[in-house]
Design a protein around this ligand. Structure first.
Ligand code: GDP
Length: 474
């Protein structure tokens, strides 16, 4: 961490990049940002209607039609749009050139700008500049990335809400209140010889309690937000040959949908989802989870549970035609004990194979205290009832208390959890009547964690991972 990020102009060469996707299109946009871009534009652009004031002497939002030229050679007919600091996306002087679409044209336009004093922008550099110049905070920068990559209406909506700044405001207030308590404690440290208390310990504990509750609410909203955005993470687990692949295919059936997520977020590979009524179920990490039960039995329970930990809903599939199911009852009990908050449904497959399926299911239900549902994945029997049950079990998981303060990113979630832990440590230290210095240290780190989310506290590594995910030109 390197302290507070106050907006500061970035020196160095202005940057340029193609802002529209590569490929053939009617139009494309090449843009540049930074000091001197208006003079660069003047050098390479000839307005169609003379006489004109040069672009560098024109007000912001001036648009001109004309030609780009490289010495004597005409490159393209374009429209040039001028933005003046601080009223631009990056808060710097910017020029957007709308040229004809197509990889060769846009490549030539970009080259022209590079030859005239720009350097190629790094991925996400325009957004990074907007952040470093104080135009947007880190949350909003991320929201822009989420918006571009959104593949569903709800993902798009959550990004818009985040861009509007609801969560930013909430975190800023939280941070200010923390800062107050922290400042009072540090004041005590300054006057430590005089043994002063600027806020009573009781008062501090109660303040911290309120803050902790608010942080906890935000942490809860992460699960709900993720459900909205990514669907109910559903794990199908069970012994080999229980029929997991068969069930997977039967569930995906005609409702099969492939959803891919942006690289670097929680998942960066293609996952399979299906929607039943309005709920999206995401069959997660199925490759890994297929092995999970075998590992539970062979490699010790702990390791396998790691894989199950990410699920919202577990379908424990067993072959009801098998005589010996006592060991599985123990496995189901173990999973239920380890993950009390995760929904767990026992699914008895291959009911077609066994005449005594009903009796076995009742027995399993009694012994595990879990609902047991009979299906035949192969023949498609009981699947509608299964989907209904899955819906019923997960209903309400995605109900939001307050849509304006939704935490949707794993990064924010983790920072908030760290903040919560630091607050908890602080409270325990107060209870143990520990030294003020130790309490202040915990509050400071809680502050840093909250600040990291909006970018009030700059962590170079965090910035890099965020902006690497953007494409060049954003
Ligand atoms: P996995 O190892 O758990 O993924 O199990 P599979 O889906 O590969 O199924 C194992 C075997 O059980 C295959 O031969 C399936 O055709 C068969 N199977 C799956 N579901 C049923 C069912 O409902 N009834 C019957 N009789 N066989 C099934």
């Amino acid at each position: 961490m390197s302290g507070d990020a106050s907006p500061q102009p970035l020196g160095g060469l202005p940057v340029a990049a193609i802002a529209t996707p590569v490929g053939v299109g009617a139009l494309a946009i090449v843009r540049m940002s930074g000091e001197g871009v208006l003079s660069i534009a003047d050098r390479v652009f000839q307005a169609a209607h003379e006489p004109e004031t040069p672009l560098s002497a024109s007000p912001g939002y001036t648009a001109r039609f004309g030609r780009l030229h490289d010495g004597g050679e005409m490159i393209d007919e374009v429209v040039v749009l001028v933005f003046r600091t601080p009223n631009s996306f990056t808060a710097e002087d910017m020029v957007e050139i709308t040229c004809h679409g197509g990889p060769v044209v846009t490549g030539r336009v970009l080259q022209l700008l590079l030859d005239n004093g720009c350097r190629l922008a790094e991925p996400g550099e325009f957004t990074r500049r907007a952040f470093l110049n104080g135009r947007i905070d880190l949350l909003q920068a991320e929201a822009i990335g989420e918006m571009i990559h959104a593949r569903s209406e709800s993902a798009y909506r959550t990004a818009v809400t985040q861009l509007e700044g609801g969560l930013s405001k909430k975190l800023d207030t939280l941070r200010e209140r923390l800062l107050e308590s922290c400042a009072l404690l540090e004041l005590e440290l300054d006057f430590s010889e005089e043994d002063l208390e600027f806020q009573s310990r009781d008062e501090l504990v109660s303040r911290l309690g309120t803050l902790q509750d608010e942080v906890a609410r935000l942490i809860d909203s992460y699960r709900q937000g993720r459900l909205l955005r990514e669907g109910v993470a559903t794990a199908i687990i069970g012994r080999p040959n229980a029929g997991k692949s068969t069930l997977l295919n039967a569930l995906l059936g005609e409702e099969r949908a492939i959803v891919s997520h942006m690289p670097g977020t929680t998942r960066d590979y293609i996952e399979e989802c299906f929607i039943h009524e309005k709920t999206m179920f995401r069959l997660t990490d199925t490759a890994g989870l297929r092995e999970a039960v075998e590992e539970i039995e062979h490699e010790g329970i702990r390791r396998s549970y790691e894989k199950i930990a990410r699920a919202d809903l577990i379908l424990y599939l067993m072959d009801i035609g098998e005589e010996d199911y006592e060991a599985e009852i123990t496995t189901v009990r173990n999973i239920a004990a380890e993950y009390p908050a995760t929904k767990l449904l026992v699914v008895a497959n291959k009911t077609d194979r066994s005449a005594s399926a009903g009796e076995r299911m009742r027995n399993i239900g009694e012994e595990t205290g879990r609902p047991v549902l009979g299906i035949s994945a192969l023949h498609g029997e009981g699947l509608d009832a299964l989907k209904r049950e899955m819906n019923a079990m997960t209903e309400g998981l995605d109900k939001l208390h307050d849509a304006s303060v939704l935490v949707t990113s794993l990064r924010h979630y983790e920072a908030l959890r760290n903040a919560r832990d630091a607050l908890q440590n602080a409270r325990e230290l107060i209870d143990a009547q520990s030294e003020t210095e130790l309490i202040a240290f915990e509050l400071r780190s809680a502050l840093d964690y909250v600040g990291e989310i909006t970018g009030k506290v700059v962590n170079e590594e965090v910035l890099n991972t965020i902006f690497e995910r953007f494409c060049i030109g954003k």
